[in-house]
Design a protein around this ligand. Structure first.
Ligand code: CMX
Length: 441
């Protein structure tokens, strides 16, 4: 076995025993109450999942294995001369629960380099789609084409012992993470750079090489990719992309099938696609107002108009967070350090001043503050990446780190098929009339 796999197995063996013991001793304890409103309204606040990799606090934001984003920026290994964390380090932390050393991270970089081969039929499958196809559709189709490589699917078909599920899921997850930057860069160059593809650079880290394959050699952009790939990686288990990957994986669909399903969820405008919507919305505002740097008053008017049209203000609000997203703040810090005078970045900051009071005044929005997607596009545009339809693919490449590390844990814990109970309106009415108390099967 490889070094990381050994380490994971060691941890998983201990944790699996602990989980069994917790269940044996405390399995009948109540963890909360469920209100009818929650059943109707997106199951908000119902604790129904165990996800090891990260935990979201409504006030503080995300913590990965207990570490906040600023802490990770200090503690995780960096690229030579760089100051942003390497996403390899975050993956290591999420997977084995320990901060990695420089050597651990270098090892992971070389493992992913070794596993990054993408078979030709995957590129041919992408080429079969019209070039106008949305990059997220191309991305998901490519992941599905890669499914021919699944070790889990092959081993399961040949007869796999339950105890060994985690092993094949681990290998598929590592292969898939290693391959995604090549696939994503291929889609980018195909769609926007006349199909002039760039070979990987074996000397670069995972995110640096991704930047290189997309055609961005600026050190600032490589640093941005390292930060971007780190902060978008995971947001505990209930968000659409993480939950979908987990749910589909619970049917023992292999990691390629499970992750592709998660990416279809990420492609929704209320989730990951919001990052393209934000820049599209700002570009349209600038176009309509005829200025690169709209004033605060102009922004306020534009926001009100957006709301009057029955649209959401993209990049604002969150199902769990109740404060400014620390992922927004981390990007704001990056902007202050690298491009404080950029008019688009300044516009994002002006929007940050203008929007929350307006959303708050509506009286129905639980969180008027910006989320991760409010900032990311402006930083990318600064380095020349204006093709905003591609942004959710970047989010998706990063999200693979968290959801696939979690999938390894799901199989190591032997979690069963996920199958919550649903009810009909007729049954709700009977229950309200006191005529039916029986909800379960
Ligand atoms: N602009 C306008 N209205 C908003 C809003 C926004 N940014 N955020 C919430 N609302 C509205 C909701 O649509 C809802 O309206 P109705 O009662 O008329 O249906 C009301 O305020 C209450 O919503 P909520 O409980 O505060 O928010 P939800 O948990 O239902 O939804 C989210 C959360 C993210 C879908 C929502 O805030 C939103 O649509 N934001 C804009 C899209 C966005 O930025 N998504 C990215 C989230 C981060 C990510 O996953 O990447």
């Amino acid at each position: 076995m490889g070094v990381i796999k050994d380490k994971f197995k060691e941890k998983a063996d201990v944790m699996s025993v602990e989980v069994k013991e917790i269940l044996k001793q405390h399995g009948d304890k109540k963890i909360g109450e469920v209100f009818l409103s929650q059943v109707y309204q997106g199951m908000r606040g119902i604790t129904g999942l165990v996800t090891e990799t990260s935990l979201l606090d409504a006030q503080e934001g995300i913590r990965f294995r207990g570490y906040s984003i600023p802490e990770l920026q200090k503690k995780l290994p960096k690229a030579p001369g760089g100051s942003e964390p390497l996403p390899e380090g975050l993956f290591y932390l999420m997977l084995v629960g320990e901060l990695p050393t420089d050597e651990d991270v270098q090892h992971l970089t070389s493992v992913w380099q070794r596993r990054s081969h993408v078979p030709n039929h995957v590129f041919a499958t992408i080429e079969a789609l019209p070039v106008t196809t949305h990059p997220m559709t191309q991305f998901v189709v490519a992941i599905m084409a890669l499914q021919t490589e699944s070790q889990f699917a092959k081993k399961y078909a040949a007869g796999l012992n339950k105890k060994d599920y985690w092993d094949a899921v681990f290998d598929d997850s590592m292969d898939l993470i290693a391959r995604l930057p090549r696939v994503a860069a291929y889609i980018y160059r195909r769609k926007y750079k006349k199909g002039e593809h760039i070979q990987p650079n074996g000397l670069l880290d995972w995110a640096g090489n991704f930047a290189h394959m997309m055609g961005y050699e600026d050190d600032g952009f490589k640093e941005l990719m390292r930060l971007y790939m780190t902060i978008h990686a995971d947001h505990e288990g209930g968000n659409v992309s993480a939950h979908t990957t987990h749910l589909v994986g619970s049917a023992l669909s292999d990691p390629y099938l499970s992750f592709a399903a998660g990416m279809n969820g990420l492609a929704g405008p209320l989730h990951g696609l919001a990052n393209q919507e934000v820049i599209k919305w700002i570009f349209e505002m600038r176009e309509e107002l005829g200025t690169e740097l709209p004033s605060k008053e102009q922004i306020i008017e534009y926001v009100k108009k957006t709301l009057q049209q029955g649209k959401v203000v993209p990049g604002y609000g969150h199902a769990v967070l109740r404060k400014t997203d620390p992922r927004f703040t981390a990007q704001m810090e990056f902007g202050k350090k690298h491009m404080p005078e950029d008019p688009l970045v300044k516009t994002v900051w002006n929007i940050y001043e203008a929007v929350p009071p307006i959303l708050q005044s509506l009286g129905k929005i639980k969180n008027p503050w910006p989320n991760v997607d409010a900032h990311s596009g402006a930083l990318l545009v600064h380095y020349g990446m204006e093709e905003y339809e591609f942004y959710t693919v970047l989010f998706g490449v990063s999200r693979s780190l968290g959801v696939l590390a979690s999938l390894c844990w799901d199989r190591a814990f032997g979690f069963p098929l996920e199958r919550p109970k649903s009810i009909t309106n007729a049954q709700v009415k009977l229950w309200l009339d006191g005529k039916d108390e029986i909800w379960g099967e």
